[in-house]
Design a protein around this ligand. Structure first.
Ligand code: ACO
Length: 440
């Protein structure tokens, strides 16, 4: 009769241990009983970058990376992208269920009426250099929001969490658009409550002298779908940052600032920007084979390819590829799409990419769409942050309400110097290594 346990024999001591297995996992703390002597700390698991460590139990997003499946709260991403809206998906992710009509109406109204930001925030934004990266501005200003809403510190008060949720989902696009307007020296365009969430965002980004901005419905819907596709992705780098910072009971604005900072890096939310830069660098379809050789030689990475979880085609990339055609029908075809399609075709036939299970991820085509919609390159990670906000909030809330979660605090394997006595500076040798270190 198979048992849901794992038998471990410690060959150092000959002792045998029965470790329970639950939900396909063993508890790492069960290893601590494995000791060589009573004063031994106990066995640790070593897992740099969390390759095989579940840090939480979560009911939000399900991914099967081998089969290319992504579901929010059980609903397939394909159905949500086809039939839902970003705010409905945000409700689903944060609250766990699709809303009844009246609840959706109230939620949309709440978000719509929280889009204005305090006038003082504009002063911070004004203080940034004219060419400041909008992601840097977003990270700073969303963190600064915590000082405007000290009630956000009441993280165990459900009503407070609800208000901060509305504020965050509502204000991220405003901060993002203001950051952009600052960078091009345009006056800020205030939110227009008559428009949809994405329609209003396009208004705040692109409104010029017209009295009323009218978003193109195809582009408005395309952006909505892109936000849906980015809304959550279980325990990715930025979500982990959100949970880790939130675990110290910091307010949600500070935690979202940390999550946004994690998203900023080129290996995560910065990848869509990096893809377009890469496609520009490649320049022509003819130059692709030489670029692939550079990737295989380990000189550069093929940006927009590969994923820690998906070892198959990222289901979001499939949806985005289709969306690209709808957008190009309005904006005209992007020059980069031919390079991207050919790059994908060659890569998917190449042994290196096949054997490493490297497929296009969500970022491979999203940047090309953003570019066609006239978003400047450095806004791409900012767009990702807007879409991911509901996911961060839901994961943060789940962490707070999970009785098993405490302040996040990994262990380490210490590999540094043994205990040694302090040497006064006058008695220290001027060795080359110390001198070099001092220069850093
Ligand atoms: N191009 C070329 N080779 C790659 C790529 C790539 N894009 N990605 C992974 N590899 C190779 C690595 O060189 C390594 O090869 P090796 O085993 O022969 O040394 C192997 O595949 C495994 O790579 P890791 O870096 O260990 O994989 P990891 O799971 O840590 O990385 C990541 C995942 C960061 C997404 C990686 O695939 C990557 O850098 N991709 C490009 C950046 C990108 O598109 N990021 C967006 C991710 S999706 C998102 O955040 C929304």
């Amino acid at each position: 009769m198979p048992q849901d346990t794992l038998t471990i024999i410690d060959n150092r001591t000959g002792k045998k241990y029965e470790i329970p297995i639950s939900e396909g996992a063993m508890r790492a703390t069960d290893l601590r009983q494995i000791k060589t002597s009573p004063d031994d700390f106990g066995l640790l698991s070593y897992d740099p970058s969390f390759n095989n460590t579940a840090s939480c139990r979560s009911a939000i997003t399900y991914i099967d990376g081998d089969k290319g499946i992504l579901r929010y709260r059980g609903y397939p991403i394909e159905q949500l992208a086809e039939q839902s809206t970003f705010l409905e998906v945000a409700y689903l992710i944060v609250k766990g269920e699709l809303p009844a009509k009246s609840h959706l109406k109230a939620f949309v109204s709440n978000i719509t009426h929280h889009t204005i930001i305090h006038e003082n925030i504009k002063k911070f934004i004004d203080g940034f250099h004219y060419d400041a990266h909008p992601m840097g501005i977003l990270v700073s200003t969303v963190g600064a929001l915590s000082t405007f809403y000290p009630d956000a510190k009441k993280i165990f008060d459900a009503e407070s969490r609800k208000v901060q949720t509305h504020r965050l989902i509502a204000k991220m696009p405003t901060l993002a658009a203001f950051a952009y307007r600052h960078s091009i020296g345009m006056p800020y365009a205030y939110p227009d409550n008559d428009l949809s969430y994405t329609g209003n965002f396009l208004n705040m980004m692109f409104k010029k002298t017209e009295l009323k901005y009218k978003p193109n419905p195809v582009l408005e819907r395309a952006l909505d779908v892109l936000f849906i596709l980015h809304a959550d992705h279980e325990q990715n780098c930025s979500t982990n940052a959100m949970r880790v910072v939130g675990s110290s009971q910091a307010d949600p604005f500070s935690a979202v600032a940390a999550a946004s900072a994690a998203l900023y890096g080129p290996l995560h939310g910065g990848a869509n920007e990096a893809v377009v830069r890469m496609l520009n660098e490649i320049g022509t379809v003819a130059a692709i084979p030489a670029y692939i050789e550079r990737v295989k030689a380990g000189e550069v990475r093929l940006m927009g390819f590969g994923h820690r979880i998906y070892k198959n085609y990222d289901p979001r990339a499939k949806i985005i590829k289709r969306l690209a055609d709808e957008v190009f029908a309005v904006t005209g075809k992007s020059e980069l799409i031919d390079i991207a399609v050919e790059l994908e075709r060659i890569a998917l036939q190449d042994d290196y990419f096949i054997s490493h299970k490297l497929y296009p991820n969500v970022d491979f085509y999203s940047g090309i769409i953003y570019q066609a919609m006239d978003f400047p390159l450095d806004m791409y990670p900012v767009l990702f942050a807007i879409g991911r906000t509901p996911g961060w909030i839901a994961q943060w809330q789940e962490m707070l309400l999970d009785k098993e979660q405490r302040i996040a605090r990994p262990r380490q394997l210490y590999i540094g110097a043994e205990c040694r006595d302090y040497v006064p500076v006058a008695q220290r040798a001027e060795d080359a290594e110390g001198g070099a270190a001092a220069n850093h």
